[in-house]
Design a binder for this molecule. Sequence first.
Ligand SMILES: Cc1ncc(COP(=O)(O)O)c(C=O)c1O
Length: 368
Amino acid sequence: MSLSRRDLLTASALMLAGPGFALRAAGRESVADGLTKPIVLCWNENPYGPSPAARAAASEAIAVSCRYPDDELKPLAAALAAREGVAPECIVTGTGSGELLRALGLLAARDGGEIIAAEPTFTEITEYAHSCGASVRFVPVDKRLRLDLPAMAAAVTARTRAVYVCNPNNPTSTAIAAADIRAFVAALPDHVTAIVDEAYLDFVTAPEVTSVVDLTQGTRRVVVLHTFSKIHGMAGIRCGYAVARADVARELAAARMTTPNVFAVRAARASLGDQAYLSDTRRRILASRLRLTTALAGLKLPYGEPQGNFVFFDTRMPLPRFTELMRARNILVGRHFAPYDSWCRITIGTESEVEAFVSALPGVLAGA
Ligand SMILES: Cc1ncc(COP(=O)(O)O)c(C=O)c1O
């Protein structure tokens, strides 16, 4: 067997990247039925990736990776605190905000506690809390696919430890006004922690939808979560943080299992300083989101009013069929979210990826 120069280059790149990469690369190819590089619109990732400053910072961090990064966590917390307008003791960093959601789920599960969440919503906290012994009460979203805060408030019992408010909500991409969250939090009993996940807030265009991070400093137990996985394009680097009152932050910090590594810490700090890049990313994603919703409207397919970097829409066919037809065109789309059996979540990819999806839609809808 003779190997071409390209084969050799690919083989050496895979060897350098390690066996995990080779396996994942092989898996991706098989998903696309032999075609390389499927268009991945299923994970709510930001395809533009980290800013040049963050890339440089992560690359340079290899030189100091023999050291524990503990001394670098405080400056990161200080930078985040300055950004959020709170004291550094109010910041808890984690290996992605998903880790902090799990830690919050663990705290809610103590003594068989109960947690309230929307249906559908992001299930990191509910699944983990359930596995730790919590009971979970799901409250359906309203007709416009928005969190039904009055119904969630009505579901609170003496056993409720936490209410999870994902705003914008994953997978519906809809969002609710900050004023509604404020009223909701003010009416919660003292024993309930409000967990407000603002992972997608940077993609919001509705003026009434703003951060409620200031609520963390009040008398209620409120935790607000932010991540570097979305607008910062660093999902693979794993870094997120929570903002909470100092006493609540201490409890959360004690319940988490890990802290960010040196690549995450340095890339996060660099990314915070690269606002021009983040603005440009936002502009591009919002333009593609509009391109997608315009196409959906043209095809008369209902969708939730999107405020995140993804759109949830009705395919009007069983989702497995839609998924299969898209996969045959080398496009991977979101999974099933009960009870929305014909609805699909599409992540906003690059301009050309969104264009490919929009071009594929008519044929897929015709069942071809
Ligand atoms: C609503 C929501 N919160 C948190 C996360 C987790 O983000 P991270 O990558 O920081 O763990 C996600 C990931 O998709 C998400 O959709």
